[in-house]
Design a protein around this ligand. Structure first.
Ligand code: HEC
Length: 143
């Protein structure tokens, strides 16, 4: 017969396994806030892809490097939706004017707003959970 302490250890592992499995199977997978993109955001994304804005700009640091990163242009200090709109409407000497109509400009600004609400680039002091991962939705930090 095996010594009883081995049974206790084995039993403890089984208990931990059972409890953790129960937790994993029952923990919800819901995303904390409503993050589904609306009709305008989708139209903005389509334009962003069609006009290849990413050739010159980056989102989360990825893309071309002729223009600035656009991840947080809508919430950055001193910038904002109207600031972004001005560039999209008129272009500059380095950025083309795409001659967008009102609806298209609004859609692109909505899209940039949606991207902005998804997080911060570069990441700033993300909140870390007690088990060591980045807390979902907490990476947006105004510091
Ligand atoms: C040919 C390269 C190029 C393309 C394509 C381009 N941009 Fe730009 N964009 C720039 C440059 C360069 C700037 C910086 C302004 C300047 O230096 O004139 C800029 C600035 C901006 C800004 C202001 C960013 C800030 O933080 O100051 C926004 C918003 C913007 N672009 C949006 C867009 C969108 C949306 C598209 C696609 C429809 C796009 N751009 C396509 C080159 C480009």
């Amino acid at each position: 017969m095996t010594p009883s302490y081995k049974r206790v250890i084995f039993g403890s592992f089984c208990a931990v396994f059972a409890v953790y499995s129960a937790y994993v199977w029952t923990a919800g997978t819901d995303i904390p806030q409503n993050r589904s993109p609306g009709h305008q955001v989708k139209a903005g994304l389509a334009l962003f892809q069609e006009k290849n804005c990413i050739a010159c700009h980056q989102l989360y640091g990825l893309g071309g490097h002729m223009g600035p990163d656009l991840t947080n242009v809508v919430s950055a200090e001193g910038k904002g939706p109207d600031y972004a709109r001005t560039f999209i409407e008129n272009g500059t000497s380095k950025m083309p004017n795409f001659n967008f109509n009102e609806t298209q400009v609004a859609a692109l600004v909505q899209f940039l707003g949606f991207v902005d609400s998804s997080g911060t680039y570069p990441p700033k002091n993300p909140e870390i959970t007690w088990y060591g991962t980045v807390a979902y939705g907490a990476s947006k930090n105004t510091e």
